[in-house]
Structures are given as C-alpha cells and as structure tokens.
Write a protein that binds this ligand. Structure first.
Ligand code: GLU
Length: 391
C-alpha cells in the first residue's frame, strides 16, 4: 500500500493488459463554461494512449461529448434537452469530436476509425458478431477505433444513454482485459464524498455485493449522464466478461500514466480471463442450436488445441445460424465439445470436408477459414460427455 491507501500492484492490470478500452466522459472532455473541447487535456490523454500502443498494447477509445459539444454549436438552451434536440446536437457534435481525434492521433501516425454503435449492435447476436468482427479487423490493421453511441438514430427506449455501459459492452465484445473509465470522481467511496468528507475510499472490489451497490447512490455530474450507478452496472458487465475495470479521475493531465503510477483509483477485479469467461459461457449454453460431427483426425486436432476446419467435419445436424453455439460430436456421436460456429447449417453442409481455400468459390463469399475457431471452442471432459443427435 502507498500513502493513498491504494495497492500499487493493481496498476499492473493496466500495464500488463493486452487489449484496453478507455472511456472518456463528457464532463472531462467538454469545458462546461465554454462548451468547447478541453483540447490541451485531451492531448495528454491521447499521448498516454500512444504510450500504451508503443508498448504493444491494443487500444479502443470510447468517447462521449457529442451532445455536449453539439448543443453549443446549435445554441441550444441550458438544461434538459428534448430527445430530438439531443439527437440533433449529437449529429453536430460527433463531427467535431471525430475531427479532433483525427488531428490528435494522426499527428502521431495513428489511423483513427470512427464506430457509432446502437444498443441493438451490442445486444443482438448477429449484429454483435458483425460489430465484433469489424473492431477486431480494425485492431488487427493497426487502427485505433473511437466509439460512441449512435445517438442520432437511437430512440429513447432503445439507447444506452450512458457510455459507461456502452464501454463495458465494447470491452466484452473485443475480449479486452482492461477497461478504464475516466471520470470526474477518483473512484468509489463508501458514502457520497460531497456530503461526507470522511467517506472511506474503496480501492479494490473483488465482488460486487449489495453493500457495494448501496455505495453507488449520489455522485451524479451535470454534463455526463453516467453517475456511479451506471459505472457499477458497467463493472458487472466487464468483470463477468473477464475484464478488469478501473474508475479513475480524469481531472489531471496524463490520467492513464497516473493510474500506472499508482494514483488513487478503484479497481474491479474479474475472476477469470476474457477467454476463460467466454469459454465458460459457451460451455454453459443450455440448448445448443445444433450439432456437427467431426472425423477422427479432427478429434485429435481439437484435443491438441487446434481450431476446427471444414475439412474435418463430416455432418451437420439441426438448424443453426452463424454465431450459434453447437455441439461437436465425435464420429460415434458422443459430444466432445461445444463451440460458436462460423457458418449456418446450410453453408456448413456445403463446405464440409473441403479445404478452407475452397470456401469462397463454394459459397460466393469469403468467410472464416475455421468452422469453429479455437477461441470459440470448449472441449467437454470425461463424465460430462453426453450422447447427442442419435435417438
Ligand atoms: N453518447 C453521449 C454523447 O456523446 C454521451 C453519453 C454519456 O455521457 O455517457 O454525448
């Protein structure tokens, strides 16, 4: 522990992370007096992000601020906006945001990509998978995705409204191992620090208990829409996806470097890694949509930790879509594992037994080389193996 009562070892979670999602809130990004971007401060955030990338870490930025910026441009009155006014403000402000990130990042030769997501993109399986594939492709190509909610088209009932939960969903989507919410508070306190100066600071949360949830009352800032309540909801999403989450103050320059230096922040710790959490979720699927039978060679390859290629598949049972969880059966019909399949039953049947290089010619589009990627696959062990697909 250092003088702030924070265990500095938690800051290693940021230093050691492979893929990091950073969320910047409106209250930090936009000066509440002028309605303009706090550009000097933002530059120091961007410098920190560049530092992470120099260390080989992958970075996704979730940035709020579109509505707060746009309302000034449109001279909208202070106070609560009507839905269509916020949407109009978002349309205007998002351009200013994108422009600023492009300028700041491209001066460091980093290609910036804008991705605007709606709730449906993160909650509906097919759209989730598409968004996930796009973000993974952007990261593989070296771009830095800057994400916001697509406020202009989202309607009141079907929008996040806060980027805390959106950032957590994005972290889950890209299997990030660290999510940082830069906020106008240092982290979680046992009581509202604005009312109780002696409120104890909580540096680490191993489990989100009802007592922790009770601490989340109050602490609502006037520019952003995410108070401590949405941060805890975000923490739940993140940790259950195997991602550590940090709430830290963004009120200083170089806020990420400060976290690494052990400045006060609250860390929510996951129990598993993102891959283990994902695999747990796959293994726990109650009713796989269908099944595929593989040959003996594929059984061996899977046991050796390889992906399942179309060449090793001999049959498809039931109706399933790309992205569904299916059972994987040995040649004698015993379930040996489960996985998320990259093809529908119809397409799987057309490419089974074939080489991956033939997929494009057979289907007319270039899908994945693997029928089930090894990251999307869990093998069932021993007694858990069940007979499926044969009455
Ligand atoms: N998406 C909103 C914006 O860009 C912000 C949501 C939030 O404050 O968390 O203005």
């Amino acid at each position: 522990m250092n003088s702030t009562g924070v265990d500095r070892s938690d800051s290693r979670l940021l230093l050691d992370a492979r893929r990091i999602v950073v969320k910047v809130g409106s209250a930090l990004l936009v000066d509440s007096a002028t309605g303009r971007i706090n550009r000097n401060w933002l530059q120091t955030v961007v410098q920190d992000l560049i530092q992470l990338r120099k260390r080989g870490q992958e970075v996704v930025l979730v940035s709020s601020g579109a509505i707060a910026l746009g309302r000034r441009h449109l001279s909208l009155p202070a106070g609560l906006l009507r839905l269509e006014e916020s949407q109009a403000a978002a349309a205007v402000g998002q351009i200013a945001l994108a422009h600023t990130y492009k300028e700041l990042l491209e001066s460091a030769q980093i290609t910036v990509a804008q991705v605007l997501l709606t709730l449906g993109d993160t909650e509906q399986r097919r759209r989730y998978l598409n968004a996930r594939a796009t973000l993974n492709a952007l990261l593989a190509l070296g771009a830095l995705p800057v994400i916001n909610e697509n406020d202009t088209v989202a309607t009141a009932e079907i929008r996040y409204g806060d980027n805390d939960r959106l950032a957590a969903r994005v972290a889950q989507m890209v299997s990030a191992d660290c999510l940082v919410l830069l906020s106008d508070v240092d982290g979680l306190f046992a009581a509202d620090p604005a009312r109780d100066a002696n409120a104890a600071f909580i540096a680490r949360v191993d489990e989100i208990t009802p007592a922790i949830e009770a601490m989340a009352g109050g602490s609502v800032s006037n520019v952003g829409s995410g108070g401590m309540v949405t941060k805890l909801l975000a923490a739940k999403i993140a940790v259950s996806a195997g991602c550590a989450m940090c709430i830290a103050s963004g009120h200083h320059e170089h806020p990420l470097a400060r976290i690494e230096n052990g400045e006060r922040s609250t860390w929510f710790l996951p129990r598993a890694t993102p891959i283990a959490a994902r695999k747990q979720w796959i293994a726990g699927t109650l009713r796989p949509a269908g099944a595929i039978t593989v040959d003996a060679g594929a059984v061996q390859a899977l046991r050796a930790g390889k992906s399942l290629l179309p060449a090793g598949v001999v049959g498809a049972i039931g109706r399933f879509e790309r992205g569904d969880t299916v059972s994987i059966l040995s040649p004698d019909g015993v379930e040996i594992g489960r996985g998320i399949i990259a093809y529908s039953d119809v397409d799987a049947t057309r490419i089974l037994g074939k080489r991956s290089s033939e997929i494009a010619a057979l289907l007319g589009f270039r899908g994945r080389d693997e029928m089930v990627h090894r990251d999307d696959l869990v093998l069932t062990h021993g007694a858990a193996a069940a007979r499926v697909g044969r009455a």
